[in-house]
Design a protein around this ligand. Structure first.
Ligand code: UDP
Length: 346
């Protein structure tokens, strides 16, 4: 039997710092707060929800500031976990590709799309130009995992995520959902607050979603990222696109456009529609905004990441896309954060 002193020492509530209020940070914060720990969440931006941040614009239309976020997963636990913080509205995302002649065909490439363009042309039409502008390198230089996110099909399925059981949007948006995650008496949130390494010593443990190479002052070199520049336009019409997103097959700089109103609960203005175009670039050309880590074919970037990872001190855990240097979808970010939180708590 443990003495009460030992019990108290063993179960002492901790002071925790979470750097970054995105999905990863919010999940960790929530789990630790529920377990009784005192959690301080900081974010350098003026809002929570990280790159999933959304807002309602002057036309009553919900826009995702950092590009379209569509929730899809086969992970029931994650779906139900987030369901504690939002009502889910079912939505199965559809995407069309616009051919050079203006015709729209289904993506991911299915039986019908293959019949229209010819199976032998699929890579050259849909993947090579898009991937070049998206990543700034040729298709063959990237890890195949990247384009395998959009697998070619033999059936007539028309959905962008054909195999995911749970597909939905948070009724009041991602920002509201993350705010709900962070709304807990053991969580204190400060936005507009830049992290600095002096903070670490004031806490029992730090969960950090900042870029791991930056934390180490880039001492082994920089981990590359792609970024996206967004261009949002408003058109005086009810509806402009056949689907919520249209991908471009041309080799111009833009990859795709999203018409927000075509997603449920994103507003219903009869007279005006808001569209956002995406133009990928190196993150150095976009204010060092990191969106996509680059999984190269030879795994060089991963090797560099591992060098940093080997030197992470005991009181620090890196989380999220930038901390783990991984192309995490939202459900993967939450799943990973739940696993990290549980391991920490046990
Ligand atoms: N991709 C492509 N053509 C497309 C759509 C995707 O070549 O029309 C490739 C491209 O390399 C892209 C990757 O598949 O980066 C993953 O696409 P996804 O739509 O999953 O990207 P995300 O939505 O995460 O930006």
């Amino acid at each position: 039997e443990m003495s009460i002193d030992k019990l108290i020492a063993k179960f002492k509530f901790m002071n925790i710092l979470v750097v970054g209020a995105g999905l990863s940070g919010a999940t960790i914060a929530r789990e630790l707060a529920e377990a009784g720990h005192s959690v301080h969440v900081i974010d350098r931006r003026d809002h929570v929800a990280g790159n999933a941040f959304d807002y309602t614009n002057e036309h009553g239309i919900r826009v995702h500031e950092y590009g379209p976020h569509l929730f899809h997963t086969n992970n029931k636990e994650v779906f139900e976990y987030l369901g504690k913080f939002t009502t889910w509205v079912p939505y199965r995302h559809k995407v069309k590709a616009q051919l050079e002649d203006g015709r729209h065909v289904t993506l991911p490439v299915n039986k019908e799309t293959k019949e229209i363009v010819g199976e032998e042309n699929v890579l050259d039409i849909f993947f090579r130009p898009y991937t070049k502008k998206m990543w700034g390198v040729e298709l063959d230089e990237l890890n195949p995992d990247i384009i395998n996110r959009v697998p070619i099909r033999d059936d007539d399925n028309e959905y962008y995520f054909p195999n995911d059981e749970y597909q939905a949007m948070p009724k009041d948006g991602y920002t509201k959902m993350v705010e709900n995650m962070l709304y807990h008496h053991n969580i204190r949130v400060e936005t507009n607050t830049e992290y600095n390494y002096h903070m670490d010593s004031k806490y029992d443990h730090v969960f950090n979603s900042m870029p791991i190479d930056q934390w180490f002052d880039f001492k082994y070199g920089k981990l590359p990222y792609r970024s996206i520049r967004f261009e949002t336009v408003h058109l005086p019409m009810t509806r402009a696109l056949p689907t919520a997103t249209v991908n471009f097959t041309h080799d111009g700089p833009k990859t795709r456009v999203t018409e927000w109103k075509n997603i449920p609960c994103h507003g219903d203005n009869k007279y005006i529609t808001t569209l956002t175009f995406e133009e990928p670039c190196d993150y150095a050309d976009n204010n060092f905004e990191r969106y996509y880590q680059v999984k190269d074919r030879d795994g060089k970037n991963r090797e560099l990441y591992e060098k940093y990872k080997n030197e992470i001190p005991e009181n620090v855990t890196f989380i999220g896309r930038c901390g783990l240097y991984a192309y995490l979808d939202m459900h993967q970010a939450v799943n990973s954060a739940l696993a990290i939180a549980r391991k920490f708590l046990s």
